[in-house]
Ligand binder design. Structure first.
Ligand SMILES: [Zn+2]
Length: 355
Protein backbone atom coordinates (compact mmCIF):
# COMPACT_ATOMS: atom_id res chain seq x y z
CA UNK A 1 0.00 0.00 0.00
CA UNK A 2 1.38 3.33 -1.12
CA UNK A 3 0.61 5.18 2.10
CA UNK A 4 2.46 2.62 4.14
CA UNK A 5 5.59 2.88 2.00
CA UNK A 6 5.57 6.63 2.40
CA UNK A 7 5.04 6.54 6.14
CA UNK A 8 7.92 4.12 6.45
CA UNK A 9 10.21 6.32 4.37
CA UNK A 10 9.19 9.23 6.54
CA UNK A 11 9.72 7.65 9.94
CA UNK A 12 12.99 6.01 8.93
CA UNK A 13 14.20 9.31 7.53
CA UNK A 14 14.63 7.82 4.08
CA UNK A 15 12.44 10.21 2.20
CA UNK A 16 13.33 10.25 -1.47
CA UNK A 17 13.92 13.51 -3.26
CA UNK A 18 11.52 12.60 -6.06
CA UNK A 19 8.53 10.33 -6.10
CA UNK A 20 6.50 9.08 -9.00
CA UNK A 21 2.99 7.94 -8.10
CA UNK A 22 1.65 5.82 -10.92
CA UNK A 23 -1.41 3.68 -11.54
CA UNK A 24 -4.75 3.88 -13.34
CA UNK A 25 -6.97 6.91 -13.29
CA UNK A 26 -9.07 7.49 -10.21
CA UNK A 27 -7.17 5.40 -7.66
CA UNK A 28 -6.20 8.24 -5.34
CA UNK A 29 -2.72 9.17 -6.60
CA UNK A 30 -3.36 12.88 -6.48
CA UNK A 31 -5.01 12.81 -3.08
CA UNK A 32 -2.05 10.88 -1.69
CA UNK A 33 0.33 13.31 -3.37
CA UNK A 34 -1.44 16.26 -1.73
CA UNK A 35 -1.17 14.50 1.65
CA UNK A 36 2.56 14.16 1.19
CA UNK A 37 2.94 17.77 0.01
CA UNK A 38 1.10 18.89 3.11
CA UNK A 39 3.06 16.60 5.44
CA UNK A 40 6.38 17.87 4.09
CA UNK A 41 5.78 21.39 5.35
CA UNK A 42 3.34 20.74 8.19
CA UNK A 43 4.35 22.58 11.34
CA UNK A 44 3.17 19.76 13.60
CA UNK A 45 6.29 17.65 12.84
CA UNK A 46 4.30 14.42 12.72
CA UNK A 47 4.29 11.92 9.88
CA UNK A 48 0.81 12.99 8.89
CA UNK A 49 -0.38 16.46 7.99
CA UNK A 50 -2.26 18.03 10.91
CA UNK A 51 -4.60 20.01 8.58
CA UNK A 52 -4.77 22.63 11.32
CA UNK A 53 -1.60 24.63 11.02
CA UNK A 54 -1.07 27.66 8.86
CA UNK A 55 1.11 25.71 6.47
CA UNK A 56 -1.45 22.91 5.98
CA UNK A 57 -4.18 25.48 5.35
CA UNK A 58 -2.14 27.34 2.78
CA UNK A 59 -1.17 24.12 1.02
CA UNK A 60 -4.78 22.95 0.94
CA UNK A 61 -5.79 26.28 -0.59
CA UNK A 62 -2.94 26.05 -3.13
CA UNK A 63 -1.45 29.32 -1.92
CA UNK A 64 1.61 28.15 0.04
CA UNK A 65 4.57 30.09 -1.37
CA UNK A 66 6.83 27.02 -1.21
CA UNK A 67 4.36 24.72 -2.95
CA UNK A 68 4.56 24.68 -6.72
CA UNK A 69 1.77 22.90 -8.52
CA UNK A 70 2.03 22.15 -12.21
CA UNK A 71 -0.60 20.35 -14.26
CA UNK A 72 -1.49 20.10 -17.95
CA UNK A 73 -3.23 23.27 -19.13
CA UNK A 74 -3.97 25.22 -22.31
CA UNK A 75 -1.38 27.70 -23.51
CA UNK A 76 -3.07 30.71 -25.08
CA UNK A 77 -0.93 33.05 -27.21
CA UNK A 78 -2.53 36.42 -26.52
CA UNK A 79 -1.96 38.24 -23.25
CA UNK A 80 -5.64 38.84 -22.63
CA UNK A 81 -6.36 35.12 -23.10
CA UNK A 82 -3.54 34.36 -20.68
CA UNK A 83 -5.10 36.61 -18.08
CA UNK A 84 -8.47 34.99 -18.62
CA UNK A 85 -6.92 31.54 -18.22
CA UNK A 86 -5.17 32.58 -15.01
CA UNK A 87 -8.52 33.71 -13.58
CA UNK A 88 -10.17 30.49 -14.73
CA UNK A 89 -7.47 28.39 -13.09
CA UNK A 90 -7.68 30.29 -9.83
CA UNK A 91 -11.46 29.64 -9.80
CA UNK A 92 -10.83 25.94 -10.49
CA UNK A 93 -8.35 25.75 -7.61
CA UNK A 94 -10.91 27.27 -5.28
CA UNK A 95 -13.40 24.58 -6.30
CA UNK A 96 -10.71 21.95 -5.94
CA UNK A 97 -9.97 23.10 -2.42
CA UNK A 98 -13.58 22.24 -1.52
CA UNK A 99 -13.71 19.12 -3.73
CA UNK A 100 -10.22 17.66 -4.03
CA UNK A 101 -11.42 14.89 -6.34
CA UNK A 102 -12.49 17.34 -8.96
CA UNK A 103 -10.40 17.21 -12.14
CA UNK A 104 -9.44 20.25 -14.18
CA UNK A 105 -11.77 20.63 -17.11
CA UNK A 106 -10.52 22.75 -19.98
CA UNK A 107 -13.13 21.48 -22.42
CA UNK A 108 -11.81 20.66 -25.86
CA UNK A 109 -8.76 22.97 -25.66
CA UNK A 110 -5.44 21.14 -26.13
CA UNK A 111 -3.49 20.88 -22.89
CA UNK A 112 0.17 20.23 -22.05
CA UNK A 113 2.97 21.06 -19.64
CA UNK A 114 5.13 23.36 -21.73
CA UNK A 115 8.73 24.52 -21.69
CA UNK A 116 7.50 27.89 -20.39
CA UNK A 117 5.91 26.18 -17.40
CA UNK A 118 9.20 24.43 -16.61
CA UNK A 119 11.25 27.62 -17.06
CA UNK A 120 8.97 29.44 -14.67
CA UNK A 121 9.31 26.59 -12.19
CA UNK A 122 13.09 26.69 -12.51
CA UNK A 123 13.10 30.39 -11.75
CA UNK A 124 10.96 29.97 -8.68
CA UNK A 125 13.13 27.12 -7.42
CA UNK A 126 16.16 29.42 -7.52
CA UNK A 127 15.15 30.94 -4.19
CA UNK A 128 15.33 29.42 -0.73
CA UNK A 129 12.04 28.32 0.88
CA UNK A 130 10.08 31.33 2.06
CA UNK A 131 8.05 29.92 4.91
CA UNK A 132 8.41 26.17 4.94
CA UNK A 133 11.19 23.79 5.65
CA UNK A 134 11.38 22.99 1.98
CA UNK A 135 10.00 23.63 -1.44
CA UNK A 136 7.64 21.02 -2.75
CA UNK A 137 6.84 20.57 -6.42
CA UNK A 138 3.75 18.61 -7.40
CA UNK A 139 3.32 17.78 -11.07
CA UNK A 140 0.19 15.85 -11.96
CA UNK A 141 -0.32 14.32 -15.39
CA UNK A 142 3.42 14.47 -15.90
CA UNK A 143 3.12 12.46 -19.14
CA UNK A 144 1.67 15.60 -20.73
CA UNK A 145 5.06 17.35 -20.77
CA UNK A 146 6.25 18.29 -24.23
CA UNK A 147 9.63 16.79 -25.20
CA UNK A 148 11.27 20.15 -24.74
CA UNK A 149 9.67 20.55 -21.31
CA UNK A 150 10.66 17.03 -20.27
CA UNK A 151 14.30 17.63 -21.19
CA UNK A 152 14.37 20.89 -19.27
CA UNK A 153 12.70 19.22 -16.30
CA UNK A 154 15.28 16.44 -16.37
CA UNK A 155 18.00 19.05 -15.86
CA UNK A 156 16.19 20.26 -12.73
CA UNK A 157 16.00 16.70 -11.43
CA UNK A 158 19.69 16.13 -12.19
CA UNK A 159 20.81 19.05 -10.04
CA UNK A 160 18.53 18.67 -7.08
CA UNK A 161 18.56 21.16 -4.26
CA UNK A 162 18.49 19.40 -0.88
CA UNK A 163 15.56 21.57 0.20
CA UNK A 164 13.34 20.66 -2.75
CA UNK A 165 11.12 17.59 -3.13
CA UNK A 166 9.29 16.50 -6.25
CA UNK A 167 6.10 14.46 -6.44
CA UNK A 168 4.95 13.42 -9.88
CA UNK A 169 1.80 11.54 -10.81
CA UNK A 170 0.88 9.73 -14.00
CA UNK A 171 -1.42 7.03 -15.30
CA UNK A 172 1.00 6.37 -18.18
CA UNK A 173 4.49 5.84 -16.72
CA UNK A 174 5.68 4.33 -20.00
CA UNK A 175 5.14 7.67 -21.72
CA UNK A 176 7.83 9.31 -19.56
CA UNK A 177 11.49 9.72 -20.45
CA UNK A 178 13.38 6.73 -18.99
CA UNK A 179 15.88 9.20 -17.56
CA UNK A 180 13.09 10.88 -15.57
CA UNK A 181 11.71 7.51 -14.46
CA UNK A 182 15.11 6.37 -13.19
CA UNK A 183 15.49 9.46 -11.00
CA UNK A 184 12.22 8.90 -9.11
CA UNK A 185 11.25 6.49 -6.44
CA UNK A 186 8.24 4.79 -7.98
CA UNK A 187 5.12 4.08 -5.95
CA UNK A 188 2.44 1.98 -7.58
CA UNK A 189 -1.23 2.64 -6.84
CA UNK A 190 -3.53 -0.34 -7.21
CA UNK A 191 -7.00 0.10 -8.64
CA UNK A 192 -9.74 0.11 -6.05
CA UNK A 193 -12.25 -2.59 -6.80
CA UNK A 194 -15.17 -0.17 -6.53
CA UNK A 195 -13.60 2.23 -9.02
CA UNK A 196 -13.21 -0.62 -11.43
CA UNK A 197 -16.82 -1.62 -11.04
CA UNK A 198 -18.03 1.93 -11.57
CA UNK A 199 -15.80 2.44 -14.58
CA UNK A 200 -17.00 -0.76 -16.16
CA UNK A 201 -20.64 0.09 -15.48
CA UNK A 202 -20.31 3.38 -17.31
CA UNK A 203 -17.90 2.44 -20.09
CA UNK A 204 -18.76 -1.16 -20.86
CA UNK A 205 -22.42 -1.22 -19.89
CA UNK A 206 -23.59 2.28 -20.75
CA UNK A 207 -24.90 3.06 -17.28
CA UNK A 208 -25.73 6.58 -16.22
CA UNK A 209 -22.58 7.86 -14.46
CA UNK A 210 -24.80 9.39 -11.76
CA UNK A 211 -26.17 5.97 -10.92
CA UNK A 212 -22.98 3.95 -11.27
CA UNK A 213 -21.50 4.78 -7.86
CA UNK A 214 -24.75 4.00 -6.16
CA UNK A 215 -25.09 0.75 -8.09
CA UNK A 216 -21.56 -0.30 -7.17
CA UNK A 217 -22.19 0.42 -3.52
CA UNK A 218 -25.59 -1.23 -3.30
CA UNK A 219 -24.30 -4.29 -5.12
CA UNK A 220 -21.40 -4.66 -2.71
CA UNK A 221 -19.10 -3.89 -5.65
CA UNK A 222 -20.23 -6.91 -7.61
CA UNK A 223 -20.51 -6.10 -11.28
CA UNK A 224 -22.93 -8.95 -11.88
CA UNK A 225 -25.27 -7.86 -9.09
CA UNK A 226 -25.03 -4.24 -10.10
CA UNK A 227 -26.12 -5.14 -13.60
CA UNK A 228 -29.07 -7.09 -12.29
CA UNK A 229 -30.21 -4.02 -10.39
CA UNK A 230 -30.08 -1.69 -13.35
CA UNK A 231 -33.57 -2.41 -14.62
CA UNK A 232 -35.14 -1.05 -11.47
CA UNK A 233 -34.77 2.60 -12.40
CA UNK A 234 -32.39 3.28 -9.59
CA UNK A 235 -32.31 7.05 -9.82
CA UNK A 236 -36.02 7.61 -9.48
CA UNK A 237 -36.09 5.24 -6.51
CA UNK A 238 -33.23 7.15 -4.99
CA UNK A 239 -35.03 10.43 -5.52
CA UNK A 240 -38.09 9.06 -3.82
CA UNK A 241 -35.92 8.09 -0.85
CA UNK A 242 -34.50 11.64 -0.73
CA UNK A 243 -38.04 13.04 -0.81
CA UNK A 244 -39.04 10.79 2.05
CA UNK A 245 -35.98 11.72 4.07
CA UNK A 246 -36.59 15.41 3.54
CA UNK A 247 -40.20 15.14 4.65
CA UNK A 248 -39.12 13.17 7.71
CA UNK A 249 -36.36 15.60 8.71
CA UNK A 250 -38.61 18.62 8.21
CA UNK A 251 -41.48 17.04 10.10
CA UNK A 252 -43.84 17.24 7.14
CA UNK A 253 -46.04 14.43 8.36
CA UNK A 254 -48.61 14.62 5.60
CA UNK A 255 -46.05 14.54 2.79
CA UNK A 256 -44.23 11.72 4.54
CA UNK A 257 -47.30 9.52 4.98
CA UNK A 258 -48.41 10.16 1.42
CA UNK A 259 -44.99 9.16 0.07
CA UNK A 260 -44.97 6.06 2.23
CA UNK A 261 -48.42 5.06 0.96
CA UNK A 262 -47.22 5.48 -2.59
CA UNK A 263 -44.18 3.28 -1.92
CA UNK A 264 -46.10 0.63 0.01
CA UNK A 265 -48.49 0.01 -2.90
CA UNK A 266 -45.79 -1.77 -4.91
CA UNK A 267 -44.56 -5.13 -3.78
CA UNK A 268 -40.77 -5.20 -3.50
CA UNK A 269 -40.52 -1.45 -3.54
CA UNK A 270 -40.40 -0.82 0.23
CA UNK A 271 -37.29 -2.99 0.52
CA UNK A 272 -35.56 -1.10 -2.27
CA UNK A 273 -36.52 2.28 -0.82
CA UNK A 274 -35.22 1.29 2.61
CA UNK A 275 -31.99 0.24 0.97
CA UNK A 276 -31.77 3.60 -0.80
CA UNK A 277 -32.70 5.45 2.36
CA UNK A 278 -29.85 3.70 4.08
CA UNK A 279 -27.40 4.79 1.32
CA UNK A 280 -28.67 8.37 1.40
CA UNK A 281 -28.47 8.61 5.18
CA UNK A 282 -24.96 7.13 5.03
CA UNK A 283 -24.12 10.07 2.76
CA UNK A 284 -25.39 12.51 5.37
CA UNK A 285 -22.97 10.89 7.80
CA UNK A 286 -20.13 11.05 5.26
CA UNK A 287 -20.90 14.68 4.56
CA UNK A 288 -20.33 15.49 8.20
CA UNK A 289 -17.16 13.43 8.40
CA UNK A 290 -15.26 13.25 5.11
CA UNK A 291 -17.28 15.27 2.63
CA UNK A 292 -16.99 12.42 0.14
CA UNK A 293 -20.36 11.02 -0.84
CA UNK A 294 -21.96 8.46 -3.08
CA UNK A 295 -24.84 10.59 -4.34
CA UNK A 296 -22.54 13.37 -5.49
CA UNK A 297 -25.11 14.66 -7.98
CA UNK A 298 -27.44 15.46 -5.09
CA UNK A 299 -24.74 16.92 -2.86
CA UNK A 300 -26.29 20.39 -2.52
CA UNK A 301 -29.68 19.04 -1.50
CA UNK A 302 -28.17 16.50 0.87
CA UNK A 303 -25.93 19.12 2.51
CA UNK A 304 -29.03 21.18 3.01
CA UNK A 305 -30.91 18.32 4.66
CA UNK A 306 -27.80 17.45 6.68
CA UNK A 307 -27.76 20.91 8.24
CA UNK A 308 -31.20 20.33 9.68
CA UNK A 309 -30.40 17.07 11.47
CA UNK A 310 -27.85 16.70 14.25
CA UNK A 311 -25.37 13.88 14.76
CA UNK A 312 -27.43 12.11 17.40
CA UNK A 313 -30.65 12.08 15.37
CA UNK A 314 -28.64 10.89 12.41
CA UNK A 315 -27.29 7.92 14.37
CA UNK A 316 -30.81 7.15 15.57
CA UNK A 317 -32.02 7.19 12.01
CA UNK A 318 -29.27 4.84 10.84
CA UNK A 319 -30.33 2.37 13.54
CA UNK A 320 -34.04 2.84 12.82
CA UNK A 321 -33.57 2.09 9.12
CA UNK A 322 -31.59 -1.06 9.94
CA UNK A 323 -34.33 -2.18 12.31
CA UNK A 324 -36.99 -1.45 9.72
CA UNK A 325 -35.15 -3.50 7.10
CA UNK A 326 -34.98 -6.46 9.45
CA UNK A 327 -38.64 -6.05 10.40
CA UNK A 328 -39.62 -6.00 6.74
CA UNK A 329 -37.84 -9.28 6.18
CA UNK A 330 -39.84 -10.67 9.08
CA UNK A 331 -43.05 -9.68 7.33
CA UNK A 332 -43.98 -6.68 9.42
CA UNK A 333 -46.26 -4.58 7.20
CA UNK A 334 -44.22 -2.41 4.81
CA UNK A 335 -46.13 0.73 5.76
CA UNK A 336 -45.26 0.34 9.43
CA UNK A 337 -41.62 -0.40 8.63
CA UNK A 338 -41.29 2.72 6.50
CA UNK A 339 -43.05 4.87 9.09
CA UNK A 340 -40.80 3.57 11.79
CA UNK A 341 -37.66 4.24 9.74
CA UNK A 342 -38.73 7.86 9.30
CA UNK A 343 -40.26 8.67 12.63
CA UNK A 344 -37.14 8.65 14.78
CA UNK A 345 -36.04 11.96 13.37
CA UNK A 346 -38.80 13.64 15.31
CA UNK A 347 -37.87 11.83 18.48
CA UNK A 348 -41.05 9.79 18.52
CA UNK A 349 -41.25 6.42 20.08
CA UNK A 350 -40.21 3.33 18.20
CA UNK A 351 -43.20 2.12 16.21
CA UNK A 352 -42.40 -1.52 16.88
CA UNK A 353 -42.47 -1.17 20.63
CA UNK A 354 -45.28 1.37 20.88
CA UNK A 355 -47.58 -0.48 18.53
ZN1 LIG B 1 -0.09 21.06 9.58
Amino acid sequence: MAKKILRQAWTEDRLAQSYLFYGPDGVGKELAAMELVMALNCQSESDQPCRQCNSCHKTEAYIHPDFHYLFPRPHPSSDSDKRKLAEEISEMLKEKEAQPHQAFDFGSRPIAISIDDIRELQERLGFLPYEGKRKVVLITGVEAMTTEAANAFLKILEEPSPTTNFILTTDRPNALLPTILSRCQKVRFEPLPQEEVIKSLVKDHGQDPRAAGLLAELSGNSLGRALQMTDQDLLSERDLAVKLLKAAVDGQQWEMVETIDQIARDRGRPARILEMLSAVVADLVHLKVTGKILNADRQAELSDIGKRIDQQKLSEMVRAIEKARIALERNVTPRLCLLSACNTTQGEEDAFTSD
